[in-house]
Design a protein around this ligand. Sequence first.
Ligand code: URP
Ligand code: ZN
Ligand code: ZN
Length: 455
Amino acid sequence: MAKILIKDGLLVDTEWQRHQDILIDGSKIVRIAPHIDESDVSPDVNIISADGLCVLPGLIDAHTHYHLVSRGTVTADSFPEGSRLAAFGGVTTVVDFADDNKKSLLSSFEERRREMRSMGIDYALHQGVYAYRSDIKKELEEVRKKGIGTIKIFTTYKNVGYLVEKRDELEEIFKAAKELGIMVSIHCEDDKIITDIDKNWNGTYLPKDHADMRPSEAEAEAIRYVGSIAGELDMPIYIVHLSSAAGLEEVRRLRNKGVHLIVETTPHYLFLDRSKLEGPDGPLYVMTPPLRTKEDNEALQEALLEGEIQVVATDHCSFTKEQKLSSNDCRTIYPGIPGTEEMLPLLHTFAISSGRLSLSQIVNLTSTGPAKAFGLYPTKGTLSEGSDADIVLFNPDYSWTINSDSIHSASGYSAYDGMTVTGKVVMSILRGRIIMGDGIYLGLEGDGQYLKANR
Ligand code: URP
Ligand code: ZN
Ligand code: ZN
């Protein structure tokens, strides 16, 4: 079995940072010590100098939609392409979604899993539940046995059939999930607020109008609603892609009442605001929930610094520039943007500018936190002996400008184009195999393994 010895790096885990060496044997980390002598390991060991570099556990992007078939089209990044761009961003595991085909959760899950066989990095799945049925608990039990540890619920998109409308039905789903040890994750936007606005709308439907047609009050109201169910049932829930100060206030209010909320936000809600929706490129920045104001960015940044947010993930849902620009009507622009590759440098740049976020905290938000939330820890999410050798070598000093032409998404653009960032991934290792080094992708189609949630 191939051995790798990574020498002289600064190992960064959630709880500690140490200058140590790290020995990989096959797919596992087998030894971490202040000094591992080359002569102590077999002659065929591959020695990698990490002098001047940080050594992080592989990142987990816990919210991706690679190869999403939706609205009569398919997203730009296929599973192999998603794996490739992820490797350039230090992401060695993603948690993607199995949409509910409304025939059976098991067949929905199995179909998605079959499709994902071409992944080049490891992956787990969240299971969408878009309708109540009387035997939902049995269905959930079936996918739980297959390794599903989270379900995904929408409080909006009634028009495309994703909304579980009745409260008692939603409660039944929550209860069943609780009994089976499944986490409930929720996309929070109140459908009624949005449809009422739409009915009374007299304005244009330009990209910029998207932000007013799906306001932050809709997010806050939906969080209040699902939070009240979670409180009644005394169970934790996971809020995906928190986007607004109003939503954050609702999170705080619920937490003060003792409700256990795990909160995710994304780089775009932290670092991009609605001014991006102005002008001819506006469609490129349309996603749901929409981009908010600078004040919302700042509120979420402060919450991140104060430890109120547990996970940063990207909601990577990429469409090509051509797909995005094919409409200038915010009701029909394909929603979603790419982002997996840029997540780490963006967070690291913010860490430096704020002076209040350590690389250990970034590891917690993008690796340990999601690994714990989704039952992948400690196989993933930590630099520990016995854990998978998913490792990222990160140059914390390298300054570069994000450029749509040089990042690797098949979408052909980056929403962060032109931003100068500090920190770059120089190598990604997946279960002891180098999958990206020196700017070259070495991952193998089909080499990604499906991970069962162990909750
Ligand atoms: O616009 C977005 N975010 N598209 C992806 C699906 C979702 O709602 O998360
Ligand atoms: Zn969503
Ligand atoms: Zn999403």
